[in-house]
Structures are given as C-alpha cells and as structure tokens.
Design a protein around this ligand. Structure first.
Ligand code: 6PG
Length: 233
C-alpha cells in the first residue's frame, strides 16, 4: 500500500517556497546527523523555480553533494543536460554537483559508468526528489525495452542505461537513471507535479500500484516510506 500525502498550492511560487523549505530542512537535518548531505534532484522544467529558491537558503552547501536522478546522454554543455542546470544553480553556493555521465556512445556502458560513480558515494541519499512526465515516466524510468531492467536491477545496482521508446519529444535521447531500488533506498522521497492531467495520472498510478502500466506506479508500488507529493495547477 503506497502511503502518499498530497500537498496542494495555489501556484508555483507558493509551491516553490514550501518545497524549498522542506528540502532545506532535510539538508539541515542530514548535516546535523552525518555532517554531509546527498540529494538526488530531478531534471525537466518543473523544478527550476523551486531549485532557485532552495539555492538561496543559507545552508552548509560545501558539505552537500548533488546528483541528478537521471541524465540525458548529451554533452555536459548541452541545454538538455540535467546536471548542467543543477550546476548552474548550486555551484555558486559551494555545493558539490556531480555529473554521472561522460559522453558515451553506448547507453548501457554509460549506465555502467554512472553506476560506478554512484558506488563511490555514501549511500543512501537523504532525498530522492522525482518529477513525472505525461507518459508516466519518472527519473528516466520510461516505457520501452529497458523498463524492466530499471525496475528489477539488483539492490546494489544504483544506475542503469535506458533507451526510452518512444523517445520523448522534448529530449529525444538515451538516458541513464537511478534504478527503482536506488530511488526507494532514499531516506526521504518527494514528488513535484503540476496540472490536472499529471495529477490524475499520478493518482491512478498510485491506486493501481504493481499493476500500473505507468513506470511511476511500478516504482512507487514498492516504496516502504511515506511519499510527499507537492502539486499546483
Ligand atoms: C528528465 C527527468 C524527468 C522529469 C519529467 C518531468 O530528465 O526528463 O528527470 O523524469 O522529471 O520528465 O519533466 P517536466 O518537469 O519538464 O514536466
């Protein structure tokens, strides 16, 4: 049974200050408990204003490591790179923003390299924050031939390479992604979504759980921790 709590806001600016406040609290608690924090942050367009708000928080950023939950296989300087957006936002404050891909022609090898990078980090992440696409993908766990690989990878495996099918229009490239097990290993799980359509999709995916046709439903079906979902129109 997925334990999800929905938090609703009137608009993005309200959502951004609430979520930035929650994540700042997660960082402070991690720094207090372990003197370090590890955050896995999503790509896509929704998180932009929230991340900007978060970056303004006065935190011990030098002790914070930030990784993307998933990365598109593009050069680091590409507008499509998730880590590029994270670096722009958080490097100025002193956080350590870690790319998980190199330019690698073969997406499965890229997945192996990403996994190797992540194996060197103290695990689990204090936060895995997820978005969701209109096809129900989350991180880069997409419908396609690699869906099962990302869902069923062994617990110790942190990242895999995936080829979405169909390729998403906004970023039609292969990806690497955290696996279901590594997403669910997070100390805290948080989701941000906007708009009625995504809300309905996510509600249905949660209701369907294991039998969901949507990747996010299959991922969340195995969550043992409660999940906070932040939504605005
Ligand atoms: C990515 C993501 C992805 C994203 C959703 C939602 O790199 O594609 O991490 O899972 O969160 O596609 O994206 P939007 O916020 O742009 O709708």
């Amino acid at each position: 049974m997925i334990e999800a709590e929905w938090w609703e806001y009137d608009d993005m600016s309200e959502l951004a200050s609430a979520v930035a406040g929650d994540v700042a609290f997660i960082v402070e608690s991690a720094l207090e408990a372990r003197n370090a924090a590890l955050l896995a942050l999503p790509g896509g367009s929704t998180p932009g204003p929230i991340l900007s708000e978060l970056a303004k928080a006065k935190l011990g950023w030098k002790r914070v490591t930030i990784i993307p939950t998933d990365e598109r296989l593009v050069p680091l300087q590409s507008e499509l790179s998730n880590v590029r957006a994270l670096a722009k936002t958080f490097l100025p404050g002193g956080a350590r923003v870690l790319p998980i891909t190199t330019e690698n022609a073969d997406y499965r090898l890229a997945g192996n390299s990403a996994d190797a990078v992540l194996q060197d980090l103290p695990w689990p992440p204090d936060l895995v924050w997820l978005g969701m696409g209109e096809d129900g993908h989350t991180a880069s766990i997409f419908p396609g031939p690699d869906l099962q690989t990302a869902l069923d990878a062994p617990k110790a495996r942190r990242a895999v390479g995936v080829m979405p099918d169909p390729l998403p229009e906004n970023a039609p490239v292969a990806r690497v992604t955290l696996t279901r097990a590594s997403i669910l290993s997070a100390r805290t799980l948080l989701i941000t979504v906007t708009g009625d359509r995504k809300r309905q999709l996510l509600e249905q995916a949660i209701a369907d759980g294991h039998s969901s046709k949507l990747p996010i439903g299959r991922v969340l079906a195995e969550a043992e921790q409660p999940i906070d979902i932040h939504w605005c129109p």
